[in-house]
Ligand binder design. Structure first.
Ligand code: GDP
Ligand code: CA
Length: 324
């Protein structure tokens, strides 16, 4: 039994989320996958709206992605950024020329009155993306970090300062009052599986879950809910997760990541080496699968996706038995 899922929702951030999304899109029938994307990283540059996580998903699922770095457009150039630098503008955010095209188009469509979710759906359709991509909300949610240099916006901390300032507190400004995008709520309502990508829980998944309407619907949903750990042996595959957890006084372990999703998960997939975490999570009542969770390329991501679907099939059967 591999779980014959037809309506799968994936909660995702950027690079790790997009890898998992690509694997699931390859493993599932066409039209079965909806990715709900974090918008807490969104920022304005030069008057343009930039949505890094949504765009990494768009580029990955439409084969435009620069695979060597995991974000941005393949073979992109930086002539626009060179002009901006010559003119004295700050240029720490790496935006390529093709990438600028998307930001110009999105900002133009927003000014015309289109919603962010409609704009992203349009881009996904035009580019033949292999999944539906839905921003968590059409409203403004912004991740803010309190650091030893004071409160910072996300991109100046992450890209501008390369995550160096030590973080003592996180806020997802606007999330509390934000309504979910209509298409995000609809996808959860009809989901037969909810998956949590191995994205950064603090910077990618929790800004989604901080939107009360989304959290509630995932909490109440009857579909199995399974996640994949972003940590292997206490280390992030890439990015500042382990450091950030330590800064915030959270143990950098797979079980601490699952703990962030308490009440929202039925099963968790951990790395084969993380035996203690697997035992602790099982003892807490979660279904646990242990396998190689490093994805590498698209084939590796597809392999993990197939294992996730098989695992979710078993979790679903167990859940039905419990309820029956
Ligand atoms: P971002 O928004 O671009 O930072 O990307 P995400 O939040 O979606 O993903 C970042 C997380 O993905 C990091 O914490 C990584 O540890 C995790 N990650 C990246 N590649 C892999 C992988 O192959 N396997 C697993 N399990 N996690 C991964
Ligand atoms: Ca991100």
């Amino acid at each position: 039994m591999t779980g014959d899922f037809q309506h799968v929702v994936l909660l995702a951030g950027g690079v790790g989320g997009a890898r998992m999304a690509e694997g699931l899109a390859r493993a599932l029938p066409a039209g079965a996958l909806t990715v709900i994307a974090n918008v807490g990283d969104d920022e304005e540059f030069y008057g343009l709206r930039v949505c890094p996580d949504v765009d990494t998903l768009l580029y990955t699922l439409s084969d435009r992605i620069d695979r060597s770095q995991g974000w941005g457009v393949a073979y992109d150039t930086v002539k626009a950024l060179d002009v901006l630098r010559d003119l004295g503008a700050p240029v720490w955010m790496k935006l390529g020329d093709a990438d600028f095209g998307l930001h110009i188009w999105r900002s133009w469509r927003l000014a015309e009155g289109a919603s962010l979710s409609a704009i992203v759906a349009e881009a996904a359709r035009q580019w033949g993306a292999r999944a539906d991509i839905v921003p968590a909300t059409d409203e403004r949610v912004r991740t803010k970090l309190n650091t030893d240099e004071g409160w910072m916006d996300f991109q100046p901390w992450f890209v501008g300062r390369r995550c160096i300032p030590k973080v003592s507190e996180l806020r997802y400004e606007g999330a509390e009052s934000a309504k979910p995008a209509v298409s995000a709520s609809a996808a959860i309502a009809s989901a037969d599986l909810i998956a949590f990508a191995p994205s950064n829980p603090l910077l990618s998944i929790e800004p989604i879950l901080a939107i009360p309407g989304l959290r509630d619907s995932i909490e109440k949903c009857r579909a199995p809910r399974v996640g994949v750990s972003p940590l292997i042996g206490g280390k992030a595959v890439k990015g500042p997760l382990a450091r950030l957890m330590q800064d915030l006084g959270i143990e950098a372990t797979t079980r601490a990541v699952a703990g962030r999703y308490a009440g929202l998960l039925d099963g968790f997939i951990v790395d084969t080496g993380d035996v203690e975490d697997a035992e602790a999570l099982r003892a807490s009542g979660l279904a646990v699968a242990a396998t190689e969770i490093l994805m590498g390329g698209p084939e590796g991501a597809e392999r993990l996706a197939r294992e996730l679907l098989a695992f979710a099939g078993k979790v679903a059967i167990a859940g039905e038995r419990r309820r029956g």
